[in-house]
Design a protein around this ligand. Structure first.
Ligand code: FAD
Length: 272
């Protein structure tokens, strides 16, 4: 038998395996990747799933990850931290196209449109990789049909950490498919407010401080949040989530859930 006729070596297939199709490294701490989508996976933009790799003990090593791609996308996208000694991300950061990852197709989460009452303006407040669920929601036509104005704030320590979000916003503004689905001019509804806390950039400061001082409202030319008109979704570290939650309550907004829609919803970007 010649080599050409020999059966191809069989790649061992992991349970719930998906194939990586693209990887981009944004900084030494951040990367994003795309992978195949299981035919059975239906999810609402903003939800998260468990993904991972096979651990050294031959048991799956799984972590929660927000799906960064919209629900209509044929593939899935994830935006990830690289934790130097992190059990998963110390390995995951080395994946390449063609590699397999494990993905449990059971999406859950609170950052979904169903958890909010109708409103005029939606605020997405993100820090760090907390941008991921909004990368999904910002590409969902429902976001623009449900609201007159969509404001995404993203706070990171350094300028390079904003790049994934910046490129995504630019691509949405030029997206012909979204324009066709929602109508020309949909991009005018989208406002992007990036800030940094350490490295110098055009807008510096924590978003909570900029809200307290009123600067963000002045910059955007909008009134402070009001339960009559404004809805909010929050995804960041625990301290940020707690701080902004208190502020939203002070503005009069009430926390919603899938089972009881209200004015705002919160999700952790990671467990401390
Ligand atoms: C609901 C939910 C959604 C999540 N979605 C994402 C996502 O979309 N992208 C993503 O990168 N991570 C996300 N995470 C965090 C993710 O589950 C893992 O913690 C992360 O991948 C690191 O895994 P690890 O095993 O390498 O380290 P772990 O042992 O899980 O974490 C080690 C430490 O690293 C820090 N850390 C973990 N994740 C982050 C992060 N994202 N940003 C900054 N510091 C972090 C924390 O201090 C943590 O204690 C999410 C977590 C939750 C609870």
């Amino acid at each position: 038998m010649t080599d050409a006729a020999a059966p191809a070596a069989k790649t061992p297939t992991l349970p719930d395996a998906q194939t990586v199709t693209d990887v981009r490294h944004w900084t030494d701490r951040l990367f994003s990747f795309r992978c195949t989508r299981p035919a059975s996976l239906r999810f609402r933009s903003g939800e998260f799933v468990m993904i991972g790799l096979m651990g050294d003990n031959r048991k799956p090593l799984l972590r929660a990850y927000s799906i960064a791609s919209p629900s209509w996308d044929e593939e899935l996208e994830f935006y990830s931290i690289k934790v130097q000694d992190g059990p998963l991300t110390s390995k995951l950061q080395h994946i390449q196209p063609g590699d397999q990852i494990i993905l449990r197709p059971k999406p859950v989460g609170t950052l979904v449109h169903d958890a909010l009452l109708p409103g005029k303006r939606i605020w997405f407040f993100a820090t760090g990789t907390g941008f991921a669920p909004f990368a999904s929601l910002l590409r969902d036509p429902q976001t623009y049909t449900d609201y007159d104005e969509v404001i995404i704030t993203h706070t990171c320590r350094e300028v390079g950490e904003l790049q994934y979000g910046k490129e995504l916003i630019d691509s949405i503004r030029q997206d012909e498919l979204l324009a066709e689905l929602i109508g020309e001019g949909f991009a005018d509804k989208l406002r992007y407010y990036p800030t940094t806390t350490r490295e110098e950039s055009p807008k510096m400061g924590r978003i909570t401080d900029l809200m307290r001082s009123g600067e963000v409202f002045k910059d955007l030319g909008v009134a402070p949040l009001n339960p009559e008109t404004d809805r909010a979704m929050v995804c960041g570290n625990l301290a940020f989530n707690l701080e902004i939650k208190d502020m939203l309550e002070d503005y009069g907004l009430e926390e919603g859930a899938n089972s009881k829609p209200a004015h705002y919803v919160v999700e952790k970007a990671f467990l401390d």
